[in-house]
Design a protein around this ligand. Structure first.
Ligand SMILES: Nc1ncnc2c1ncn2[C@@H]1O[C@H](COP(=O)(O)OP(=O)(O)OP(=O)(O)O)[C@@H](O)[C@H]1O
Ligand SMILES: [Mg+2]
Length: 270
């Protein structure tokens, strides 16, 4: 028989599924900020935060919400080369395909955008923008200067390089929205709601307040780390459920299992 923990485990597979979006204090605030910024006559907006803080899902959420009112486009991972990027942009702006072997004439594209000013307003959500080089960013800026295209640039911050400090970003900082790790309360809501959405009431109930504290201590409220830890916890529960059911307490998640998962993921050194 399939363990009930299999479904619980799968709830925490890292993915960007907009139907699984959960309203949390911090995500509501960031969403409102972003929506508000998009309304302002800004040319570029920066969405900033450590990996796994929910930038991609927020961009997808805003696109879903605004797509019927606005011309809004989401660009996920940067194109492998500049040519491909400009082809994509060309299509969005002109609503036409450019033959594959032709190059986009950049200054013509800028002129085209200048003509759009006041007629159309196109919003481009650029995810993973740390991967765009300085020349690309400069071109993006030139396009945004036409005021027909607005860019939301999403960057992730890492320990060794503070990208925001890079000259090509810094000199054009417009408005910054920073996403942070979740608070303990938000993380608890996240875990419970994720499980409840899949009707896993009993399992959701078995993750108690104390467990939440423990989970938050390991993951620091990072959504990606939280997904990894929860996945591993339920993977262990699944194993016991199938092989040594006397070791699982269906009413209360045991601290020991969280610790085992934490060891497996290297949060605890042994
Ligand atoms: N409010 C939320 N509702 C539902 N899921 C969320 C929410 N916030 C974050 N997540 C989940 O957390 C995980 C990490 O989020 P996401 O991929 O958006 O982070 P990111 O900031 O884009 O990370 P990276 O910088 O590595 O691209 C995803 O699985 C995402 O679905
Ligand atoms: Mg992302």
């Amino acid at each position: 028989m399939k363990s009930r923990y299999e479904a619980a485990k799968n709830v925490f597979i890292d993915s960007i599924d907009i139907d699984d979006y959960i309203e949390l204090h911090t995500s509501i605030t960031a969403y409102k900020q972003l929506e508000h910024s998009i309304e302002k006559p800004l040319k570029m907006i920066l969405l900033f935060g450590r990996p796994g803080t929910g930038k991609s899902i927020l961009l997808n959420r805003i696109k879903e919400k605004l797509k019927h009112q606005k011309e809004i486009h989401y660009f996920d991972t940067p194109a492998i080369n500049e040519k491909e990027f400009f082809h994509k942009l060309f299509k969005v702006l002109t609503k036409q395909d450019l033959p594959k072997n032709t190059e986009v004439n950049f200054s013509a594209l800028v002129d085209f955008c200048k003509n759009l000013r006041g007629k159309r307003e196109i919003i481009i959500l650029l995810d993973e923008a740390q991967m765009y080089g300085p020349e690309m960013m400069e071109k993006i800026r030139l396009l945004s200067d036409t005021r027909a295209v607005k860019f939301v640039v999403s960057l992730h911050k890492t320990d060794d390089e503070d990208l925001i400090a890079k000259e090509h970003f810094q000199s054009r900082i417009w408005e910054v929205i920073e996403l942070k790790n979740a608070s303990k309360e938000d993380q608890s809501t996240y875990i419970h709601k994720k499980l409840l959405k899949k009707n896993l009431f009993e399992i959701a109930n078995s993750v108690k307040e104390k467990n939440m504290k423990f989970i938050h201590a390991f993951t620091k409220g990072n959504f990606r780390e939280c997904n990894k830890l929860m996945f591993t916890i339920f993977e262990i529960c699944e194993y016991y459920d199938e092989n040594e059911p006397n070791k699982v307490n269906y009413e209360k998640l045991s601290k020991r299992i969280i610790e085992m998962a934490a060891i497996k993921l290297g949060y605890i050194d042994v």
